[in-house]
Design a binder for this molecule. Structure first.
Ligand code: NAD
Ligand code: ZN
Ligand code: ZN
Length: 383
């Protein structure tokens, strides 16, 4: 079938993207779902910094690519049976397919699924297939035709997509699609970082660096865990204000004084620092803002060339820990329904993260807003 999809052919375009238009919205061919795959009508897709990092080249991926990885929609067709899904199911897509069978999956570490990571790296679905094809330049010589790579098994910026069943989690149909989409990346990643990775305990002090969709979700996760002192750090004043409304007890503008200020508020450093900016420099500060025995959880995805330098002995003599968290260290099929239920109970106000709704044709402008820090989460809404 013919679908409208946002295609990235080349990384590293200049901003503003409204002018350089790195994403071109075009008609492409979508093949039917194979065994273990679903045809999904996308209803909402969120704009995440990890998409922006592919556009600006700091997170290189195979080109050309159908971008986007944070989405929710409705199952239209199920590939050759058997399947646990049915047409009409509402699904949230997770950006790492979890095969359920490899060693990390069996150990409950779905974020590290090995075939999932290999497929994501190659730009294919879990099956190893690509289901999207460029239509070329129309002169029939095959020039410009060819397969399109999938972004993280999802390729959310498309009115319809084919995904592996292992990328999809059936969710409560009462949840509006525009919020459901956010659960797929920002919420799963951020809340999961606080709950599954940092495992914040009641009364502990927490500092969150970066207050985008992921960082504010980490903050909401820390509130859920009943953190005590909860400090929010960002360069954007409006985001500090929003963090306060969402439960931060202190807001600290990013800058050279931030670490000293955090250490003063917490009388010697925070129990937990959660870094969600994607910068080794900020990660360095996050580590420095923890107390002896403190834990740093890093979630941001810096350019692979960035290195981190910390005093090696501090890990030992001060019993500090530093851990990374991908996909919120979650098992999507277990954690998405859990987080969605918490939202239903009013304990995870995810709606506060959605600052803009846009059409697929406005996607380049959306990435300008994300890059400038003006937006928290924006969702492309499909009819
Ligand atoms: N680990 C994962 O599984 C995972 C999943 C999704 C996103 N990510 C990564 O997490 C990061 C955040 O994603 P997002 O979509 O929330 O991005 P975002 O752009 O919405 O948020 C980043 C925030 O950091 C702030 N910031 C910039 N410089 C700062 C500084 N020096 N100090 C403090 N704050 C600063 C920005 O103002 C912004 O509010 C990105 O690197 C993204 O690639 C990781
Ligand atoms: Zn993301
Ligand atoms: Zn697996």
């Amino acid at each position: 079938m013919r679908v409208r999809t946002a295609v990235l052919r080349e990384m590293g375009a200049e901003r503003p993207y409204a002018d350089s238009k790195p994403l071109s919205v075009e008609e492409v061919e979508l093949d039917p779902p194979g065994p273990g795959e679903l045809l999904v009508k996308v209803r909402a897709a969120g704009l995440c910094h990890s998409d922006l990092s592919v556009i600006d080249g700091s997170r290189p991926r195979v080109m050309p690519m159908a971008l986007g990885h944070e989405a929710a929609g409705e199952v239209v067709e199920v590939g050759p049976r058997p399947s646990t899904f049915n047409p009409g199911d509402h699904v949230v897509l997770a950006f790492v397919p979890a095969c359920g069978d490899c060693e990390p999956c069996r150990a409950g570490r779905a974020a590290l699924c090995e075939p999932g990571a290999a497929a994501n790296h190659a730009g294919t679905l879990l099956s190893g297939e690509r289901r999207l094809r460029l239509l070329g330049d129309g002169d029939g010589d095959g020039n410009g035709d060819g397969e399109l790579n999938h972004h993280l098994g999802v390729s959310a910026f498309s009115d319809h997509i084919v995904v592996s069943e292992h990328s999809a989690v059936r969710v409560d149909p009462e949840l509006p699609f525009e919020l459901a989409a956010l659960f797929g990346c920002a919420v799963l990643t951020g809340v999961g970082a606080a709950v599954n990775a940092a495992r914040v305990e009641p009364g502990q002090s927490v500092v969150v660096f970066g207050l985008g969709g992921v960082g504010l979700s980490a903050l909401l996760g820390a509130v859920l865990q009943e953190a005590g002192t909860l400090i929010a750090v960002d360069v954007v004043a409006e985001k500090l204000e929003l963090a306060r409304e969402l439960g931060a007890t202190h807001a600290v503008p990013a800058g050279p004084e931030a670490v000293a200020e955090i250490r003063e508020i917490t009388e010697g450093g925070a129990d937990h620092a959660i870094e969600t900016v994607g910068s080794a420099k900020v990660l360095h500060d996050a580590y420095a803002a923890t107390r002896r025995g403190g834990a740093t959880t890093t979630v941001g995805l810096p350019d692979p060339s960035q290195m981190l330098e910390i005093p090696a002995v501090s890990l030992v003599a001060e019993e500090r820990t530093l851990r990374g968290s991908y996909l919120g260290s979650s098992v999507p099929a277990r954690d998405l329904p859990k987080f969605i239920e918490l939202h239903r109970e009013g304990r995870l106000p995810v709606e506060r993260l959605l600052t803009h709704r846009l059409s697929l044709d406005e996607i380049n402008e959306g990435f300008d807003r994300l890059a400038s820090g003006e937006a928290v989460r924006q969702a492309v809404i499909f009819d």
